[in-house]
Design a protein around this ligand. Structure first.
Ligand SMILES: [Mn+2]
Length: 335
């Protein structure tokens, strides 16, 4: 098991640093925000001699954003100001340099630590601890000193380091739908540090009736292919604008489809800007490995959840290539 404290202390001392910047991935979700913010609070309480600045993109999902806006210590949507001093960077929940928010800080850092749970992690950074798991925040929980974590949780008011770890796990496990025994034990330990489960569950649901109606329309437009095993929804720039569909609402469709008992792979394709397509793939994790599927096209993520951003003026061609590859990959799997 990776011991964060000894690595961190050694790095700060040997490079003679007193400033830390913490970064995550673009379009942050609960796990990215939870991992970044929990570490920021942990360091803030336990290493007060260091200045710590978490940095998150404004595009953070609505639910987790509610919690981050309640933060009494940090303002992570502002760009960190290092005062020209050398600093250490910690990157959480981010697989590739391409997806990192604040890459300029990473590039100029005197030292770096990477903590991740993506199978597609590139292995960048001076110290890279990537362990495939349900949530990066789960890895953060395991790498921290439990007494120091408790101290951090008890020293501050909500949201604390423990709240943020809980947030990350909650969001990356679909409110514990994909939790295993180890995760539930970690959550119960976090509860004993003062986390309020019901309070954090409020970050899971931010739907309005209007959003539900839009989602209903999108689900209705889903197409089924490959013997009905695969369902997808595609939306171009024009449809997106006419119906005011935000990506955050749209990407959930992939999970909704995948969670159907009679569908093994659900995906969405969204024209973010002219000819730039953001695709989100969700599988049951057994029928097809979507990380492997999308790495072929330059994307990636996890076995059962992965993404791809692709520039093309022929999206039908891209879709056909992906579906051909799905057919190929699943044909070799003997049922
Ligand atoms: Mn994650």
């Amino acid at each position: 098991m990776f011991n964060f404290d000894s690595t961190f202390k050694e790095m700060m001392q040997s490079h003679n640093l007193d400033t830390v910047i913490i970064l995550g991935h673009m379009n942050p979700d609960g796990d990215a925000a939870g991992s970044v913010m929990s570490l920021a609070h942990y360091i803030h309480v336990n290493y007060p001699q260091y200045k710590v600045m978490p940095y998150l993109a404004e595009t953070l999902e609505r639910g987790p954003k509610k919690l981050v806006l309640e933060d009494k210590v940090f303002t992570p949507f502002e760009k960190p100001d290092t005062d020209g001093k050398p600093y250490c960077v910690i990157v959480c929940d981010n697989a590739t340099l391409k997806r990192m928010v604040g890459l300029e800080y990473f590039r100029a850092a005197a030292a770096s630590i990477v903590v991740d749970h993506h199978a597609s992690n590139e292995g960048y950074g001076d110290v890279n601890w990537t362990k495939v798991s349900e949530a990066c925040a789960e890895n953060v929980y395991h790498m921290l000193d439990k007494d120091l974590l408790r101290k951090a949780a008890e020293a501050e008011t909500h949201p604390t380091a423990a709240d943020y770890i809980y947030l990350g796990i909650l969001h990356d496990t679909g409110a514990m739908a994909r939790a295993n025994r180890g995760i539930l034990l970690a959550l119960s330990d976090l509860l004993s540090m003062g986390v309020d489960h019901q309070e954090l569950m409020k970050t899971m649901n931010c739907d309005t009736l209007d959003i539900l109606n839009k989602r209903g329309e999108l689900v209705r437009s889903a197409k089924r292919v490959l013997d009905g095993n695969v369902a997808y929804v595609m939306i171009n720039e024009k449809e997106r604008d006419e119906n005011k569909i935000e990506y955050e609402d749209f990407r959930k469709i992939g999970s909704i489809l995948r969670d159907c008992e009679d569908i093994k792979l659900g995906f969405t394709m969204y024209e973010e800007s002219k000819n730039v397509w953001r695709c989100s793939f969700r599988s049951d994790g057994k029928w097809i490995d979507v990380n492997e599927l999308l790495q072929f096209f330059g994307g990636g993520g996890h076995v059962s959840a992965a993404g791809l951003k692709y520039r093309t003026d022929n999206v039908e061609g891209l879709k056909k290539q992906i579906l051909d590859r799905v057919a190929e990959m699943t044909a070799t799997v003997k049922s």
